[in-house]
Design a protein around this ligand. Structure first.
Ligand SMILES: [Cu+2]
Length: 499
């Protein structure tokens, strides 16, 4: 009997060893960090055709015959001319927040300071049914700050399904070297982090183990882990970086509903820009800031210089546990990517991405603001997030496409808003086209106020912001909403008229 047990134990050990070997083999087989095709401007026009398709039961973008979302690269003053063709099937194989899925689609240019009117960043009147085509012509102002932005679909009621399936891509507005000259000489990496549902995946257990999700629960959430993260579409890819090499990483949290709390154990992020806004733009004396970890809300971006770990050190890009609250979704710690020393085979793709970068030699623009005087202005508007079993609300109202604006703002002004969260979970607040200074949390001034387009609002708490409505081209009807897209789909959105 003892012998039998011992034999069984050694058999298990052998099997476990084989499994580890297979896992290691699997890792070795993981191709290098995938690089998306890059589309740049010709004669100041970035021209491309995107298709919305359903492949293997999932919605996706298709570009030049492949299901891939290109990185769009533009300079201030360029025009994005995008033909967007809805090739989704009339009848969806999937389910949406508001069922059945209508298979409508459109594009939102998240964070860009552009017009909310058609044919630009308009998610209210521009909607394509299956078989229809949208023609976007988005003018990037000549004084637009450089940085990382992103595009994703935004049809009310089915945004969550489409973005969770991966309908998102990066937009780079060139010129960061005008604010932080060092980035000009650095290898750049655009990292699009997406959520991948494992809710109905038969390999969920293995996938959770592959990304090192700890067995113990994280935060107060009651539900099981339903999503893991991918980077440029790959699960836990290697990122090549030599010891002491400095690289410029541009990371977008393109997940539909999950937070990132980024960390490179033992290393720091030298932050250059947040939400597509160079820190120097409003604070020329402090163009970078160092952090050892950083919360990036769904839809948020961080652009930072990272340094390769010393030889032999095993460092991973990971997200730490985020406690999303009693009613929130589990958002556990996991590994996003592994930092590995360069092999010669990867250098070719990096050279290609270098060539696609346009260098902007114009002098930087700055817009310092007098924070002390802005904070003293009276409160113009309060946004209150609530939820119940029937839906999600802003100021007690559930969004409808045909409703009138909840508020208006005069173009040319700054406004002081408070975002109040009266629920037991986090919500990220986002307003289209406009950046705001998030300067207080739960009524207490934050140590380093920053300009953002998406901000986390703590559960049972609040955030105070100063919104910049001074750009004369941002005029017309627009929206603000929670960027957990299933909440937005279920009503946590409202219209605002910039007039
Ligand atoms: Cu929400």
């Amino acid at each position: 009997m003892v012998n039998h047990r011992t034999r069984l134990r050694s058999l298990f050990r052998l099997l476990a060893g084989a499994q580890m070997f297979i896992a290691a083999w699997g890792c070795a087989q993981t191709i290098s960090l995938p690089q998306s095709p890059q589309v740049g401007a010709k004669n100041r026009v970035v021209s491309l055709t995107l298709h919305a398709v359903n492949e293997n039961g999932k919605d996706a973008f298709a570009f030049e015959g492949k299901t891939v979302a290109p990185v769009i690269r533009a300079s201030p003053g360029d025009v994005l001319k995008i033909t967007y063709i809805n090739d989704l099937p009339a009848k969806s194989p999937e389910s949406c927040a508001i069922n059945p899925c209508m298979e409508m689609t459109n594009l939102h240019f998240h964070g860009l300071s552009v017009s909310p009117g058609a044919p630009q960043d308009d998610v209210l009147t521009m909607l394509a049914k299956p078989g229809q085509t949208l023609h976007y012509s988005v003018r990037i102002p000549r004084d637009h700050p450089p940085g990382l932005f992103w595009y994703h679909t935004h049809p009310h009621g089915e945004s969550h399904r489409q973005v969770l399936d991966g309908m998102s891509g990066a937009i780079v507005i060139e010129g960061m070297e005008r604010y932080v000259p060092e980035v000009k000489g650095l290898r750049e990496r655009v990292l699009v982090v997406r959520g991948r549902s494992i809710e109905h995946d038969p390999n969920a257990h293995t996938l959770r183990r592959d990304v090192d999700i700890p067995a113990h629960a994280c935060g107060g959430e009651a539900e099981a882990v339903e999503e893991i993260f991918t980077v440029n579409g790959a699960l836990r890819p290697p990122i090549e970086i030599a010891p002491e090499e400095r690289q410029f990483w541009r990371i977008v949290n393109a997940s539909a509903d999950r937070y990132l709390n980024l960390q490179l154990a033992g290393q720091t992020f030298e932050i250059v820009a947040l939400d597509g806004m160079p820190l120097a733009f409003h604070d020329p004396k402090n163009p970078t800031r160092t952090a050892d970890h950083l919360l990036v809300a769904p839809a948020g971006r961080v652009e930072a210089i990272v340094t390769g770990p010393s030889p032999g050190a095993h460092v991973s890009l990971r997200t730490l546990c985020v406690d999303t609250g009693r009613d929130g979704d589990p958002n556990p710690e996991m590994v996003l990517a592994d930092l590995v020393p360069p092999s010669s085979s990867q250098s070719g793709t990096d050279q290609a991405s270098e060539q696609a970068r346009a260098i902007d030699s114009r002098p930087p623009l700055y817009k310092p603001v007098n924070l002390a005087s802005l904070e003293k202005t009276k409160l113009n508007f309060t946004v209150t997030f609530t939820e119940d079993k029937n839906g999600f609300y802003i100021n007690g109202r559930k969004f409808a496409m045909d409703e009138s604006p909840m508020t208006s703002a005069r173009v040319g002004t700054y406004e002081h808003w408070r975002i109040v969260n009266r629920t037991a979970e986090l919500h990220p607040f986002h307003i289209h086209q406009v950046h705001f200074l998030a300067y207080a949390e739960n009524g207490v001034q934050v140590p380093h106020p920053v300009w953002l387009d998406t901000v986390n609002v703590p559960y049972d708490g609040s955030v105070d912001v100063i919104l910049d409505f001074t750009n004369p081209i941002i005029k017309g009807m627009s929206v603000f909403h929670c960027h957990l897209l299933n909440h937005e789909d279920k009503g946590m959105m409202a219209k605002i008229l910039f007039k």
